[in-house]
Design a protein around this ligand. Sequence first.
Ligand code: PDD
Length: 295
Amino acid sequence: MPNISYVNGRYVPHRLASVHVEDRGYQFADGVYEVIAVRGGHLVDEKPHLVRLSKSLEALRIDAPVTDATLRFIIREVLRRNRIRNGSVYLQITRGAAPRNHAFPEHPDSALVVTARHMTWQPPAHALKGVSVITLPDIRWKKSHIKSVSLLPNVLAKQKAVDAGAAEAWLMDDDGMVTEGTASNAWIVTKDNELVTRQLDEEILGGITRQTLGGLAEELQIRLVERPFSVEEAKAAREAFFTSSTSLIKPVVDIDGTQIGDGEVGDITRRLCLAYDAYMNRAPEMASAGTERGQ
Ligand code: PDD
């Protein structure tokens, strides 16, 4: 558990870290967030995470509570005070506390919370073990590209996965096409060795791991196609996996009880795991794969 958290201008012991009962994040899920991995003391893909944060804020018309430079300082300070070299940092910005009223407050005072936690990153060899996923209808709102804290449908779907003994739930749109996972992006490798993930639209979050991995796939000369794929196509795929800042690349060997490929982690998934692990270890100024790809 982290010891020190940042809440609205103060570094406080984590057990005392709290926001006002009328914070609009608490009452209306009126806020956005980011999760950034920390590896060997540096933030993985900090820049694109902060770019996405700005876009989420803009989409919801929430004013940034601090400048980017101040935010970067606060993140580092939270990591320093908690002595975290490997783990993740969580930042949340809400429209702040105001007397309860659905419409925006006239003079909003946006709120910022930063927490961090230790995590031992699994070596890529861990990827030799695949996990299972279940599929469920995607019942989220129509703007899933915004990284909003409004996550109740994701929470309910993830719990269904846990109850079913699965690691993740892949969500399906009305046409039976996979949108993404509850907290990750979904990928398959077809029989023709094409790497497929859904194109960026308002139905999925533009994952930063997804973005980076796209760049790494290009470097590895793996053919990447961004298009919708159905649950049926996923079940017939040679390989499957999902990605996020905390799961990294998680091989999938079972979808709804159907074995994927030969039930082992596939070659392309393995190569991407190794490449992503090396990428995470690189100094930030070296780590630029995929950052030019549009989000
Ligand atoms: N979730 N899709 C959804 C719905 C997500 O919540 C996430 C990340 C991703 C992957 O995004 P990224 O690669 O930038 O982490 C895709 C974070 C980790 C979370 O909610 O904890």
